[in-house]
Design a protein around this ligand. Structure first.
Ligand code: C2E
Ligand code: MG
Ligand code: MG
Length: 410
């Protein structure tokens, strides 16, 4: 890249600091998809892109005395900028496009170069290069998660979040190995007969250090790790062990719902594992519902259809959870393959005060009715919502108004 490396960059910024510079901003630039470029066009081509990017960045250094640029190796570049402000940099980044430079035009590269940027303030956020790079990388991680923003500034909260996540991940690994989760059951109630028709099993996890950790927090960590299948098995097996007692408590007609992550669902031999486990434990598949969410890639729909078809042929029902929350809901409806639709809480929150939301709910119910699907309203909390709901064809409710999730067994 003909740019200074990390060691030289360190010396150069030390010089700047010794010569009296007391404030500056640092940016980390990460090129996206260099691996793919290497795979498609070869390492040499990838190297050329790095060289050209280096040249483009160097142009800025040569023009201005108060900017230093270095290559951190791989696909990362670091920039030190004096006499600027966060706002100026934000505006510059919005207007700046690496591809606008004649060296890097998509025509020339056969490829549009994409990149992300993270930034921090010296000395407020970090005082030495090690710490700067560490914190820029933390902010870069956040930039990677978001898809919209090109530039993310480091914030102290990010470090705490990443530390907490890392700790939770380690503890989760142990919890999965020792099956250290509890199950809370929440009733699904028929509002006409007031009878409990089903129970949803919801994972609960608590730790001495953190107390009760919400599934909203730990499920995504599990989903992004390789714990997903062992966790899925752990919860499934635990619920199966509870089913005989649940049937005694609530009657043989009751159906128990288990949330299954799409990744577990797509795991090879998922169906065989489930069917054998049920047979071995003498559990009637008719007592079981799998709830899956639609956050699967659309191109997996065909595979999902096959799995769902097979499960249903064995007597297990399948429910589409959080209906309407994602963007592919209607795709899933193209072929009737589910038994029930769980209408997402966000569609029900305002039905008592918003005619528009009520109309939307009515339309979802019509759609489900005409496709022969049962509907369940999630997250009903008050009588006003219930009154409105009674005017629709959706007669099964799961919500705090009737029952909160409860841990029934140790
Ligand atoms: P979900 O499957 O949609 O479960 C319903 C969530 O809504 C539960 O949150 C439940 O406690 C909450 N809820 C029910 N009624 C009300 C209400 O009236 N008001 C409000 N505000 N909330 C209500 P929870 O237990 O925190 O679980 C959150 C999500 O985590 C679940 O959403 C599910 O997607 C996931 N999850 C929970 N357990 C498991 C599990 O064992 N496996 C997998 N893969 N995911 C799970
Ligand atoms: Mg669910
Ligand atoms: Mg739901």
């Amino acid at each position: 890249t003909h740019l200074p490396n990390r060691h030289l960059f360190d010396k150069l910024i030390q010089n700047r600091i010794s010569s009296g510079v007391s404030e500056s901003l640092l940016l980390l630039i990460n090129l996206k998809g260099l691996k793919v470029i290497n795979a498609l066009h070869g390492i040499e081509f990838g190297d050329q892109i790095l060289t050209l990017t280096g040249c483009v960045l160097k142009l800025y250094t040569d023009e201005k005395q108060d900017i230093l640029v270095a290559s951190l190796g791989g696909d990362e570049f670091i920039i030190w900028i004096e006499n600027s402000t966060k706002l100026k940099i934000e505006t510059a980044i919005v207007n700046f496009d690496l591809n606008n430079n004649e060296l890097l035009t998509p025509d020339r590269l056969g490829h549009r170069l994409q990149y992300r940027v993270s930034g921090l303030q010296f000395p407020n956020d970090a005082t030495n290069l090690d710490e700067m790079i560490r914190k820029l990388s933390i902010a870069m991680n956040v930039a990677r998660e978001g898809h919209l923003t090109k530039l993310v500034w480091f914030q102290a909260g990010m470090e705490l979040k990443i530390e907490r996540e890392q700790k939770l991940k380690n503890y989760l690994e142990k919890a999965v190995n020792h099956s250290n989760f509890k199950i809370a059951y929440q009733e699904k109630v028929d509002i006409t007969s007031k009878e409990t028709v089903g129970l949803e099993a919801l994972a609960r996890w608590s730790l001495p250090e953190f107390g009760e950790v919400s599934p909203e927090e730990f499920i995504p960590i599990i989903t992004n790790s390789d714990l997903i299948v062992p966790f899925g098995k752990c919860i499934f097996e635990k619920v199966i062990s509870h089913i005989p007692r649940l049937l005694d408590l609530y009657g043989k007609q009751i159906k128990i719902s288990i949330n299954i992550s799409p990744i577990f669902f797509l795991y090879p031999n998922f169906n065989e594992y489930i069917i054998h486990y049920l047979m071995d434990h003498k559990i009637d598949p008719k007592n079981l519902i799998f709830e899956i969410t639609e956050d699967v890639f659309l191109d997996e729909i065909e595979t999902i259809q096959k799995i769902v078809f097979e499960l249903r042929s064995k007597g297990i029902s399948v429910s589409l959870d959080d209906f309407g929350k994602g963007y592919s809901s209607l795709h899933y409806m193209q072929k009737r393959q589910f038994d029930e639709l769980k209408i997402d809480k966000s569609f029900l929150d305002d039905i008592a005060c918003s005619d528009r939301n009520f109309l939307l709910l009515e339309s979802i119910c019509h759609l489900a009715d005409s496709l022969g699907l049962k509907t369940i309203a999630e997250g009903i909390e008050n009588e006003e919502q219930l009154l409105r709901l009674k005017q629709t064809t959706c007669h099964v409710v799961q919500g705090y108004l009737y029952s909160k999730p409860q841990i029934l067994f140790d």
